[in-house]
Structures are given as C-alpha cells and as structure tokens.
Write a protein that binds this ligand. Structure first.
Ligand code: SF4
Ligand code: SF4
Length: 216
C-alpha cells in the first residue's frame, strides 16, 4: 500500500487561503490504513477548517481514490454541493489527487497529504514496516528478510554492507546513532543470493520480461 503523511499546517493553510467552502473526499484504502485517510482524515481536517473559520459543504469516504471511475461516482453523489464549494480537498496519496483532477470537478483540487512510498502495514515487525520502498525498480527484499536496504542503510547499499560496516559490534559507520541494518539483513536474508542478484541486475539493465499469452 502507499504510505501517506500529513503536509505541514502552513502548507495546508496556504493551499486553502482563498477557499471558504470546502468539499472533502477521503481515501478509505491505503490512506486509512496508515491513519491519514478514512473518517479520521476527515475529522482531522475538519478540526483545522473550524479553526480557520471555513465551512465544510460535502464529505465522503471512498475506498480507492486512485480509481478514476470510483472518484467519478463519488463526485456524482452531490454535484450541487461540490460545485458550490471553493475547493475539493482529497485526503489520499498523489494518485487519488490525480484521479480527482482527471474527473474535472469544476473546482480546484487540493492535497493535504504527501505520498512517501509503498509500505506494509503491520504491528509485528518494526524494521520491515518502517523500511518504506523508494521505488528503485529492481527489488531485493526477498533476499533481505523484507527489509528495504535503500530505506534503512545510510550508505544506501542495496546488495551488501558498505566497506566500513563493522565486523565486530553493531554500530553503523555512517550514522553512529543507529545499528548497521546489514547485521539484521545477514541474519534474516541471503547475502549470496544478493550478490547473484547484483550481477543479474547489472547485466540485464532494464531488459524486462514482456509476457505474451499463447492461446491454443
Ligand atoms: S529494494 Fe527497496 S526501494 Fe528497491 S523496490 Fe525493493 S523495497 Fe523498493
Ligand atoms: S555500517 Fe551498515 S548500515 Fe551503516 S552505512 Fe554501512 S552498511 Fe549501511
């Protein structure tokens, strides 16, 4: 799922400075999963809007703001209210905001969340949960025990530890405030397979499989 975090209060206030009446659509899928969207997202935003003396004229939650057809159906629920508003705020990742823009709601579409990458939502494994994918395009997490090395290693090494990684001890050579994540990757993952993957990724470049389905 795509992880989102709230923008700063200053940025939201700036975006909404000319809007008095606001419509809100909040994502009930990924954004809800990370605590920014769903009904909670609407409540948080309504709190801010009250503080700034704005009027909320329409709210709805939508499971999958990123699906343009679903966004269109939600906008069709109360087009009069939405057209009376000065802004339509989408509480979702950037894909949901894009989908609303594509629907052409007739009022400015504004964002209040930032998309920071894809993540797993779990209470069970902190290091895997916080190692948010940066979309490098050649994933290695099947051989790192689910930990994204690009997210967790300050040296940004993807296939093996940096040259200064401690042989004894655990302290990271680049950021002494954290442990070397590669110690954990070595325990959970497969460093031999990572080296093989490095060679394959280097050799293949972006020569990806383009599957075709043979029909009998
Ligand atoms: S290695 Fe990390 S950044 Fe690259 S695709 Fe996998 S999770 Fe994403
Ligand atoms: S010591 Fe470990 S975590 Fe720190 S930069 Fe080197 S490989 Fe990465």
């Amino acid at each position: 799922m795509l992880k989102t975090v709230w923008k700063s209060k200053d940025e939201i206030e700036y975006s909404l400075k000319n809007a008095k009446r606001i419509s809100i659509i909040s994502c009930d899928a990924c954004a809800k999963g990370c605590g920014t969207g769903g009904t909670v997202g609407i409540e948080v935003l309504q709190g801010l809007l009250r503080e700034w003396g704005k009027e909320v004229v329409f709210t709805d939650v939508l499971y999958g703001c990123c699906v343009e057809d679903l966004m269109r159906l939600t906008l069709a629920k109360d087009p009069r209210a939405i057209s009376r508003s000065d802004a339509l705020v989408i509480v979702s990742c950037a894909s949901g905001v894009k989908s609303a823009i594509l629907c052409g709601p007739g009022v400015p579409v504004l964002a209040v969340l930032d998309s920071v990458g894809c993540a797993v939502f779990t209470q069970k494994d902190d290091i895997v949960a916080r190692s948010i994918c940066r979309g490098c395009g050649q994933c290695v997490v099947t051989y790192t025990g689910g930990i994204c090395p690009l997210a967790e290693c300050p040296g940004r090494t993807k296939y093996k530890p940096c040259k200064k990684s401690p042989e004894n001890g655990t302290q990271c050579a680049v950021n002494p405030l954290q442990d070397c994540v590669w110690k954990e990757i070595a325990k959970r993952g497969n460093l031999t397979a990572l080296e093989a993957l490095r060679r394959i990724h280097k050799a293949e470049g972006v020569n990806r499989l383009s599957p075709t389905v043979e029909r009998a």
